[in-house]
Design a protein around this ligand. Structure first.
Ligand code: GLN
Length: 277
């Protein structure tokens, strides 16, 4: 028996759709496994063997069960582009695309992505706008991955190694936009997490002290030093962190009007505000 790509893809996409998993994973997986191009898929060629079909179905089932594409292929698709990932970086999540989309609504020139990991936020912003983008991470191994991704995708980003906003302060960079999806999971939530996350994503990229709020609070303290007046700050947050974080921001800066936005699943996901003192 032999199969055309479409005969494998249609049921695979269907299976992912039912599970609410981005359906383009079916295409990327097929291309990766059998070294096919997008054109091959569009032309519905070449013919695949039954063995190939079985291998593909077994991987699609893993994808449908929640295993990230990055575990199966070494890359994760973010905002339509493949990002290389390994055990040193967080696998980009689809929710984070909303943070990028929101950020792109703002005009401005100088933008920093703090805790860049694979570089997915910084690189996408650089490719989708004419911002001047800085990306910071404390992990040199993560920065290597991010730099490789910037090179492969042809993005111009300046990478700085260091602790949160420290390198931005050290270079006296003044930001129009600060965006960050830092580690924000409370240690107490570890037990509730699935093995596919705990086994693959680096714990440095997942957990933070103080109910997961520690890194936001440290960044917030530095805002007067790094933000231009009227600039914008956007953080991805955990679903239970919106109000607590809003409170700590307003304790320090009572004039700031903090907004909390929900994601497609109606969970708090983004906190943003216009910076003023
Ligand atoms: N900024 C990267 C991402 O959104 C890494 C985030 C992290 O390591 N917490 O995927």
């Amino acid at each position: 028996m032999s199969f055309k790509p479409s005969e494998l893809l249609i049921p695979a996409r269907q299976l992912l759709r039912v599970q609410d998993i981005p359906v383009n994973g079916a295409d990327w997986l097929l291309m990766d496994l059998f070294e096919l191009s997008r054109l091959d898929i569009m032309l519905d060629q070449p013919v695949l063997t039954e063995e190939m079909q079985q291998l593909y179905v077994s991987k699609v089932e893993l994808l449908a069960s929640g295993v990230p594409l990055g575990h199966l292929t070494g890359f994760q698709v973010f905002y339509g582009r493949p990002f290389q990932v390994n055990g040193h970086v967080l696998i980009p999540r689809p929710e984070t695309e909303e943070l990028v989309e929101r950020t792109l609504e703002y005009a401005g020139t100088v933008v920093a992505d703090i805790g860049t990991g694979s570089g997915c936020i910084a690189i996408t912003l650089a490719l989708e706008s004419d911002y001047e983008v800085y990306a910071v991470d404390i992990s040199s191994e993560a920065l290597e991955v991010a730099k490789r991704n910037a090179e492969l995708l042809g993005a111009s980003v300046r990478f700085l190694e260091g602790d949160l906003l420290a390198p931005i302060k050290a270079e006296s960079i003044q930001l129009d936009i600060l965006v960050s999806n830092p580690p924000y999971i409370a240690e107490s939530e570890k037990e509730l997490m699935s093995d596919s996350v705990l086994d693959f994503d680096p714990h440095l990229a997942l957990f933070a002290d103080d109910d997961g709020l520690a890194l936001y609070k440290r960044m917030i303290q530095d805002l007067p030093e790094v933000m231009k007046e009227g600039g914008h700050v956007l953080f991805e947050i955990g679903h239970a962190q919106g109000l607590a974080l809003k409170e700590s921001i307003n304790q320090l800066y009572p004039n700031v009007d903090v907004h909390i936005e929900k994601d497609i699943n109606q969970l708090d996901r983004i906190i943003w505000f216009k910076w003023c003192q």
